[in-house]
Structures are given as C-alpha cells and as structure tokens.
Design a protein around this ligand. Structure first.
Ligand SMILES: [Zn+2]
Ligand SMILES: [Zn+2]
Length: 407
C-alpha cells in the first residue's frame, strides 16, 4: 500500500510512470492473494497418542541452583541445598553451577563432590552453560560429557546444536529477557525459564518470548528456576553482602511441578520435555492443573503439555488448584489463548475448580494456558520471597491443538 501511495504521489510528476508502476503492482498484489506458503502444513498427520492422565505422579523441584562450585555463591555447599530441599518436601533438584567457573569440567567439581548424592531426593546432572552469547541450563538423568558442550559455546549454532543432540541432553534457555539472555537459536532447546527467581515482575518479557514461540508453532515447555546462589550462613561472621538473599530467594522460589511417569530423574526430564509442567510461587503454594475434555463425555482426555487435533466440536477445559489453596482466598484464573487474554474467572474454596468451553478452530494451531493470581501461601523458610512474588501464584503450560510434532 505504501508503494501504491508513493506511486500515486509521483503521478503528479510523471503519469506514464504511474501507469507502468500501477500495472506491475496490481499483478504482484494478485500473485500475493493467491500465494500459498509451501512451509505451512495444510494437513498434520496422525498425532502421537496422549499419554495417560493417571499413570504418573506429581513431583516438585527447583531447576536452577548454584552451589559452592559457582565462585560467586556464598554459604551454599551441596549438603546445605540437599538438606533444605528435603526439609521442604522437594522430590528433585537440578544443581546448575556455572560451567565457565571450572572451564567446563563440571564432572570433576559439582558431580564428583561427595555431597552430590542422596537417598530420596532425585539429583539431575547438569550445569549452567555460561557463555558470551548467554546462559542455558542442561539436564540429564546420567552423567554426560559436558566439556564438549562447553567447548563449542562460541561456534555457530549448527555446530553447537549437533553436539547437544549427540550428548542427548535437555537444554533450556535461562532468564531469556534479562542480562545474559539466551542468545542462541531456540531451535536447540526443549524448555525456557519463564519464571526466574522470586522476583516475579522481571519475567514479563520472558513470558512474551514464550508466547511468541508457541504462537509460531514451537511447543516449548515453560519452567521455573530460583537461580539461588546464597545459603543462610552457619554463623554471623560467615555472612556476606549477599546473605540477605538467602531468606528472599532460595530453593523453591519458584517451584516447578512435573507430572512424571516414574519417580526417576529420567521421568522428571521426560515430563519437562513433554510439557506436563506447571510452576508455583513456592513449594507450599497451590499447583495449577489444566485439563481438557475433547468429546464432552465428562472425562478429561488431555492435560497441559499435550497436543490434540481439533475436531470442530466444543472442548471443555478444567482448571484446578491442588495442594494448599488458602481456604478463604479468592484466586483469579486468567486464561490466555494464542498469546492474548481469553477469559478471567474467580475461584474459591479448598479445591478451587473453574470450567469453561471453547471450540478450537479446525486445521489451524491454537493453544490455551493459565495464569493464577491471588494471595501467597506462606513459605516460612524463605519469608522474604512472598512479597517479591507479588500476587503471582502459579502458571500452567499450554494445552495445544494441531501443533506439528515434526516442528
Ligand atoms: Zn544465568
Ligand atoms: Zn544461574
């Protein structure tokens, strides 16, 4: 249109030129209207079957923690992180020390630390891939050669992605909207840290990036991570200038819940990859579960992270707060559809539930996700976190329709 306006303006100067331009413009506009993007799939083949909604368990943990093997941490040996995690009921943790502090050799620092072992708590193998281009966390159920990933940190993405794939690890973008944002291709990651630390308001742009990825067909899992570096000092003289953080941002601020098939590290990572994940402000805050009934039989057929074909029939969605919902509280349930606000509901009671119906369009992608706001459930072990999280209680991953599994 701008070109056409320019052409019309120019007509006062040269009528002959206008005719030529208008002619060529109209043919290009015609070509445009009939254009079919060969990359846009008209038909998505059979989707993988939806996994069971009952065979599995909810496990909670923190996916971004720094121990004494990150040089800027303080009073935070692995033993302290593990003991604290157990005391607040965590099922798993990912200790992700900065790999650049040990020249990539996390295997001989964090992982070989005699304190890196537990009986009940699941420990993920990983590190914070700390590079000039940005930060990302790796997760693996077993040790892998992290040095190889460190060594290709300054190579082109095509090289880096190849090494990452060969190592068979889960890679996740960290604090993508802040300093040290993930400056690599998002094609090489499985998840994104949409909720970094107790300081909720600084995550707004991370949420925007996530919605952009989802809207373009990249079914990327949103996860949390406290990024805690500092433990409570054992005695006053061991305090550092950062010790104040220990009671404001520590293990579980926020807490990432995964619906895992098995109580194993691999179960946690698979759930994380598949997106059966939600994030809560702390380990005691309510967990948001998000389901959909595809055939109006009153039985839920899929949950967040799942992908189904739209049939043109109405779908009944259910949002449910589990765990420690405050009995007298009113929670605001915000439903986001395709990156924009769709509906808002109020929910109260011991087990707040909200249901709504919508008909996802056929033949095109759509997604729905949920954000829960309301009063904070107390986290006495990290008392300063509640004010920092403001009224942000929990968020779900999306329920997806017609996403291409071969993206
Ligand atoms: Zn970082
Ligand atoms: Zn970090």
């Amino acid at each position: 249109m701008r070109l056409l306006e320019m052409a019309l303006h120019k007509s006062f100067v040269c009528t002959g030129m206008l005719l030529t331009m208008a002619c060529s413009l109209s043919s290009s506009v015609m070509a445009q209207s009939g254009h079919v993007n060969p990359w846009e799939k008209k038909y998505i083949g059979k989707l993988p079957p939806i996994a069971s909604l009952t065979e599995g368990m909810w496990l909670k943990g923190d996916l971004h923690l720094h121990s004494r093997h990150s040089t800027e941490s303080s009073n935070n040996p692995i033993s302290k992180i593990v003991a604290f995690s157990k005391s607040v009921g965590m099922d798993y943790i990912g200790i992700t020390d900065h790999d650049n502090h040990v020249n990539g050799d996390v295997a001989h620092h964090t992982w070989i630390d005699p304190e890196f072992k537990t009986d009940s708590l699941l420990l993920l193998y990983g590190a914070e891939w700390t590079t000039t281009r940005g930060h990302g966390n790796t997760f693996s159920a077993k040790p892998y050669d992290h040095q190889q990933l460190y060594d290709v940190r300054d190579q082109r993405d095509v090289v880096t992605a190849g090494v990452k794939k060969k190592l068979g690890i889960h890679l996740s973008a960290n604090h993508p909207s802040g300093k040290d944002h993930f400056g690599y291709s998002y094609d090489m990651i499985e998840s994104i840290e949409v909720w970094n630390s107790a300081v909720w308001p600084k995550n707004a742009n991370a949420i925007m990036i996530w919605d952009d990825m989802l809207s373009s067909g990249h079914k990327l899992t949103g996860r949390g991570g406290s990024d805690a570096h500092h433990g409570v000092p054992d005695s006053p003289e061991k305090a550092t200038k950062n010790s104040v953080q220990a009671t404001a941002n520590y293990v579980g601020t926020p807490t990432t819940w995964v619906f895992a098939k098995t109580r194993t590290s691999q179960g946690v990572i698979d759930a994380l990859t598949n997106g059966r994940v939600c994030v809560s402000a702390n380990p005691y805050a309510p967990r948001v579960e998000f389901y959909a009934d595809l055939d109006e039989d009153g039985k839920m057929d899929m949950m967040m992270g799942d992908n189904a074909k739209s049939t043109g029939k109405p779908v009944k969605f259910r949002v449910q707060l589990s765990g420690n919902a405050l009995p007298d509280a009113s929670y605001t349930i915000n439903v986001i559809k395709n990156g924009g606000p769709f509906a808002t509901f109020q929910a109260t009671g011991k087990l707040p539930v909200v249901e709504f119906t919508d008909t996802p369009v056929t033949g095109k992608r759509s997604y729905y996700r949920v954000v829960v706001e309301g009063p904070q459930t107390a986290y006495p072990q990290v008392p300063g976190s509640m004010a920092l999280s403001e009224n942000m209680v929990a968020l779900s991953n999306p329920i997806c329709f017609n996403f291409d599994p071969d993206f």
